[in-house]
Structures are given as structure tokens and as C-alpha cells.
Design a protein around this ligand. Structure first.
Ligand SMILES: O=C(O)[C@H]1O[C@H](OP(=O)(O)OP(=O)(O)OC[C@H]2O[C@@H](n3ccc(=O)[nH]c3=O)[C@H](O)[C@@H]2O)[C@H](O)[C@@H](O)[C@H]1O
Length: 429
């Protein structure tokens, strides 16, 4: 298996050759007028190259065309192969993301077929995604590099494999980043979702879909703990609004086309191989580097709290949802009967305040944090979250077992090892 360095710096840079012959040029530059015309031509060529390049740069965040071909199809087919009786074949979107990589590995471990899809966008350090991809590849999971909005790619994937399930985890995550880049939420969480649903609806047979909604849909809801039947019409961030829109959109596809759909409201998921933009991760980085951390506080200096949920518990919830998803009834875009439409909270059911989270990190890191308390800015945050998980428990026996203390210990152990704190030379973060 190639190492992560090999993937980043391929040994064969390509087939581009520089033509050093100047005989042709000598003839062209024979007269001044020809030189002038030639100069104009070069300027036009450069201008069109630059505009093409900027088109490529702006598009490359999302779209790549590095798929297709006999070898590629063979890799997809092999990766989708099921190795247990009664197993399923799953297309996992966002497979090199935090939750996606863990779910892919768990499915593969129990013998299910898994094909990943990921666009490796640069919302956070793509090298972490490449490292996760390397791990997946070592377990025989092929990750297709491409974007949800690439309809041809999605339809090709379903031509090659009759996926029984789609685990849709690709998304623009993060509550506060929506202030900076609102369009990326629309691109991934709305347009990308619809594109995927269009493909699933048209597939024959149709897969069942399980996808990641968010605890943030509860928004300004004050009734605790949050139950699936509580109101979700007061989102506090654009992120939350796009996830809520996703719930409505998936309902439509269930209603019209008979797609079996399960939405999972994840509550602040954390753990090894996590997302660097999240508080527990960036706090750890700053604490180790001796930099201050900013802790938001609510009105009247009330601490914010989250129902932090350990990744292994989320993975159990995802697999339980896939196994109990029921079947889609339609085919080729035609509904043949009603199909299940479900929404579940996946949380830990025991909220912890942010300062206590920092206490636990300090204990595991054996370093004191430099705490800087500020009033919660109007950035989309909500004061607290708390999941009622009785529906998921009833439906597929969901039962979280990892408390924050234990989960953060596992995260810190991974973090120190991944970033080289256990060796003499610290790696650059
Ligand atoms: O459950 C979800 O659906 C979401 O969970 C996560 O959002 P959040 O619960 O906001 O997690 P996270 O950023 O770790 O902040 C945690 C706490 O630290 C506070 N916080 C944060 C940053 C900071 O600098 N200081 C601070 O006090 C902050 O105010 C908050 O109280 C996912 O990112 C999101 O993609 C989505 O999945």
C-alpha cells in the first residue's frame, strides 16, 4: 500500500514534455508584422489560460474528473463486494470525513461492501482526510474522489454497483463557518443532497438512505431533553437551516418516490480522527502550544453545554439505522408503495459544560489551559443541547456507553500519537 507521502507526492509527475525545438519559431519571427501578430496571439493565449485556470481553481474545490475507466470500475466493484451472509453494500458519502471514515471501517469490519465518495475539500486540513483515506485503503475500501453535485459520477456509481444502502455523511459541517462561507452550505447540504436523492430515486433497485442531520435543528427550542417531536422551526444558524431543509427535502423524496429514509440528528460528535474545527480539537491544539483558548459564555455568564457524543456510539447508531432501515419501494423513479421515513436523535443524554470539557482536557494533557472567557457572539451557537434517545433505543437498541471523561482520554491518546507528541520531534500542525 502506498504511504500517505506517496499519495501526496507521486513519483511520476506526468507525461508533460517540453519541446525545445526552435526551428519553427525562427521562421515565424522572420518579419516584424508577423512578430506583432504572434505577440497578440500569445497575449490572447495567456489571457484565456489564466481565465481557464481561475475557473479550474474555483471549481476544483468541488469537482474532479478523475474517475472512470475499466480499472476504476473494477476497484469500485471489488470494494462493494459483500463478505458475510445477509450483508449490505453501502455507498458512504463523506467517507474520508470524521464520521464517514469510522462508519466505513465498521461496515467493512463486519463484512459489508463499502465504496466511499469524497471531494477532499479544504474546509479543514485535507492531509487529515488523506490520512484517513490511507487507513480505509489499507482495509480494502476504495474511495472515489468526486463531488455530490457530479450527477454523471453518481449515476455511473449506481450503474456499476446495485447499492442496497447509501450512508450520506458528506456535508458542509460547522455552525460558525456559515458566517464566512454561506454558499458552501447551500452547495453541499442542499444542492448536493438533492442531486444524490435524484440518483437514488432513479436507481433500480432503489437503495435505502441513512443520512446525517444535526442536533442544531432544535435551534432555540428550550424544552429539554430534545425529542424528535419538538419544534425545529427556529434554527439559529444557516448550518442548522440547511440541515432542517434536508429533513424536509428527504421527506418529499420519501413521499413521492418511495425512498426509505432515515435522518440522524447527531449531537456534537467527538473522538479520535476528529474534526480540527471543533472546540475539543482546537482547544487541545492550543493548550499544547501554550496558546489561549476562547470559551464562550451565555447570558448572565451561564456556561454553554453540549451533549458531547463519542464517535463509537455514533457508529453503533449509524449501523443500527442501516440494519433497520426497511426497503425503498420504488424503482426507476416510480413509487410502488409507502416506505419508512424516520428521524432519530443520536446523543449521549448527559450534557457537559464547556469549562468542564476543558478541565478534562487539562487532566489528560497534563497542561493548564489559558482560559479567555467571552460573551457568546451572535454566531449561530445555541446555549445547550440534550438528546432524548428513547426512539432510537426502541427502534434499534441504541445505547451510548462512553462518557466524556473516557472518550476524551481516547481522543487525547490519538492526538498525541498522530501529531507526534509521543516522539521527540513534534510534527507541525
Ligand atoms: O451537534 C451538532 O449538530 C453540531 O455539533 C458541532 O457543533 P457545536 O456543538 O457547536 O460544536 P463545537 O464547535 O465543538 O462547539 C462546542 C461548544 O464549544 C463552544 N466553543 C466553540 C469554539 C470556541 O472557540 N469556544 C467555545 O466556547 C461552542 O460555543 C459550543 O458550546 C459540530 O461542529 C457541527 O458540525 C454540528 O454537527
Amino acid at each position: 500500500m502506498p504511504s500517505i507521502e506517496d499519495e501526496l507526492f507521486p513519483s511520476t509527475p506526468g507525461k508533460f514534455k517540453i519541446d525545445r525545438s526552435n526551428r519553427q519559431l525562427n521562421r515565424c519571427f522572420a518579419s516584424t508584422s508577423t512578430m506583432f501578430l504572434w505577440a497578440l496571439f500569445l497575449i490572447a493565449l495567456t489571457a484565456s489560460y489564466l481565465s481557464f485556470q481561475s475557473f479550474v481553481d474555483s471549481g476544483s474545490r468541488y469537482l474532479t474528473a478523475s474517475w472512470g475507466g475499466i480499472q476504476w470500475e473494477k476497484q469500485v466493484r471489488t470494494s462493494a463486494q459483500i463478505h458475510r451472509s445477509g450483508g449490505i453494500s453501502v455507498l458512504v458519502t463523506g467517507a474520508t470525513g470524521f464520521v464517514g471514515s469510522h462508519v466505513s471501517l465498521a461496515l467493512r469490519k463486519r463484512g459489508d461492501g463499502v465504496v466511499g465518495l469524497d471531494n477532499y475539500n479544504n474546509y479543514y486540513d485535507p492531509s487529515l482526510k488523506r490520512a484517513r483515506a490511507s487507513l480505509l485503503s489499507s482495509r480494502g475500501i476504495f474511495v472515489v474522489e468526486g463531488d455530490l453535485n457530479d450527477a454523471k459520477l453518481l449515476s455511473k456509481l449506481f450503474d456499476v454497483v446495485a447499492f442496497t444502502h447509501v450512508m450520506h455523511l458528506a456535508a458542509q459541517a460547522g455552525v460558525r463557518y456559515a458566517l464566512e462561507n454561506p454558499q458552501s452550505y447551500v452547495h453541499s447540504n442542499i444542492a448536493g443532497l438533492v442531486n444524490l436523492l435524484e440518483t437514488c430515486k432513479a436507481a433500480n433497485p432503489q437503495p435505502a438512505m441513512v443520512w446525517a442531520s444535526s442536533s442544531s435543528v432544535y435551534g432555540l427550542n428550550e424544552k429539554v431533553p430534545f425529542s424528535e417531536s419538538d419544534r425545529t422551526d427556529q434554527p439559529a444558524s444557516l448550518y442548522a437551516a440547511t440541515k432542517k431543509a434536508g429533513e424536509e427535502i428527504t421527506h418529499t423524496y420519501n413521499h413521492i418516490y418511495g425512498l426509505a429514509i432515515t435522518g440522524l440528528r447527531f449531537f456534537t460528535v467527538y473522538g479520535p480522527w476528529g474534526r480540527p474545527d471543533m472546540a475539543y480539537f482546537s482547544f487541545t491544539r492550543n493548550i499544547l502550544q501554550g496558546k489561549p483558548i476562547t470559551i464562550y459564555r451565555g447570558k448572565n455568564r451561564v456556561d454553554l453545554a453540549r451533549d458531547f457524543t463519542f464517535i463509537d456510539d455514533i457508529v453503533k447508531g449509524c449501523l443500527g439505522s442501516l440494519d433497520s432501515s426497511g426497503k425503498s419501494t420504488g424503482s426507476g423513479g416510480k413509487k410502488r408503495g409507502s416506505a419508512p421515513y424516520r428521524i432519530f436523535n443520536l446523543g449521549n443524554t448527559s450534557p457537559v459544560t464547556v469549562p468542564i470539557l476543558v478541565d478534562i482536557l487539562e487532566k489528560h494533557l497534563k497542561v493548564k489551559a489559558k482560559r479567555n472567557f467571552v460573551e457568546m457572539p451572535g454566531n449561530g451557537d445555541v446555549p445547550f443541547t440534550h438528546a432524548n434517545i428513547s426512539s432510537a433505543r426502541k427502534e434499534f437498541g441504541y445505547k451510548p456507553t462512553t462518557d466524556l471523561e473516557t472518550g476524551l482520554k481516547k481522543f487525547v491518546r490519538w492526538y498525541l500519537s498522530y501529531y507526534g507528541y509521543n516522539t521527540k520531534a513534534k510534527l507541525v500542525q
